[in-house]
Design a protein around this ligand. Structure first.
Ligand code: NAP
Length: 307
């Protein structure tokens, strides 16, 4: 029987591992199907404190892994498929042919940015297709870029990108933004942002080296297609939290984000904690995920010492 199993190997998971390992709880971390989490799909990270010259996303995650292992975290490169809360209060986790028992579980499975599902999309990520203006916006100075979506995230990204890009196209499938009025007003008043209404991207077009060069847009009212040259497309059509495997052990909001006790990482099931993007539709930053991982570790430790 483990003291604590951490599910997920992003910033939240590794930080929870570092803290529980240093508390002598000998954590077992089950990495999930994307070892290292979302940061492994980004390039340079310039806003993680402690790295004034920036650090590449995969390098940061390897450092976190090394730090977690240094204090005794054991890692299994497995994705958890199901989890049962047993009558004695412990948890049974299934990962492929393997099963694990633990007194506490920290869920740090993150969220995946929603994409349009167009052909060639996966290959373009990091080559002119991204979901993080904060991470990648500064690489696109004085060139046109596009943001897809009409919510607060899309508006925030579009507004942020005007610091760098020569022009920001905002592609929305309707003629009204979903974003809050203050965000929508700010975006619509910004002369560097050009909304393209009632439109969707039907194809990404690349140059000879496989980098984004343009989008093919379709007007959903007229059916007319046009090409729009951009160096990068920022997709902001929401995220999908990786929470479905938890079933009714947790409460979720309408979008699948885990609900916790107010101001805490504890979920409705005693001994089950959540940290990072799987429970955070709002901040979604590496540093906030790390902070939540720390908080979950401290709560798990206190839960165990109370038993
Ligand atoms: P969201 O509010 O769900 O908006 C997603 C946007 O993407 C919508 O405009 C939607 O269009 C569009 N969309 C969804 N699927 C699409 C598809 N397949 N093709 C084209 N467009 C598609 O998501 P979000 O903007 O990430 O925001 C999530 C939550 O975080 C919200 O509650 C938001 O208020 C909050 N948030 C707050 C702030 C802030 O206050 N500073 C910042 C960011 C996020 P439709 O409008 O037609 O559905």
């Amino acid at each position: 029987m483990e003291n604590v199993i951490i599910i997920g190997s992003g910033c939240a998971g590794y930080t929870a591992a570092i803290y529980t390992a240093r508390a002598n709880l000998k954590p077992l971390l089950l990495s999930g199907t994307q070892p290292g989490g979302q940061l492994t799909t980004t390039t340079e990270i310039e806003n993680f404190p402690g790295y004034p010259d920036g650090i590449m996303g995969p390098d940061l995650m390897m450092k976190m892994q090394a730090q977690a292992e240094k204090f005794g975290t054991r890692i299994a490169w497995l994705g958890v498929e199901s989890i049962v809360h047993r009558a004695d209060g412990s948890f049974l986790l299934k990962a492929g042919a393997e099963s694990f028992e633990s007194q506490t579980v920290i869920v740090a499975t993150g969220a995946a940015p929603r994409h349009l599902g167009l052909p060639g999309e996966q290959k373009l990520i990091g080559h002119g297709l991204t979901s993080c203006a904060t991470c990648d916006g500064a690489f696109y100075r004085n060139v046109p870029v596009a943001v897809i979506g009409g919510g607060d995230s899309a508006c925030e990204e579009a507004d942020f990108l005007t610091r760098f890009a020569s022009k920001v196209y905002l592609i929305h499938r309707r003629d009204q933004l979903r974003a809050s009025k203050i965000m929508a007003d700010r975006v619509l008043a910004n002369p560097k942002i050009e909304p393209i209404w009632n439109s969707t991207v039907c194809e990404y077009l690349t140059d000879d080296s496989g980098e984004m060069r343009a989008m093919k847009l379709k007007n959903l009212l007229t059916g007319v297609e046009q090409e729009c040259a951009v160096a990068c497309v920022f997709v902001a059509i929401g995220h999908v939290p990786n929470s479905s495997f938890l079933g009714d052990l947790v409460d979720m909001d309408a979008n699948g984000y885990l609900l916790q006790h107010p101001g805490r990482t504890a979920t409705k099931t005693p001994g089950l904690f959540a940290a990072g993007d799987v429970a955070d539709p709002y901040y979604r930053q590496a540093i906030t995920a790390a902070g939540q991982g720390c908080a979950a570790a401290l709560e798990a430790e206190r839960f165990l010492s109370g038993h």
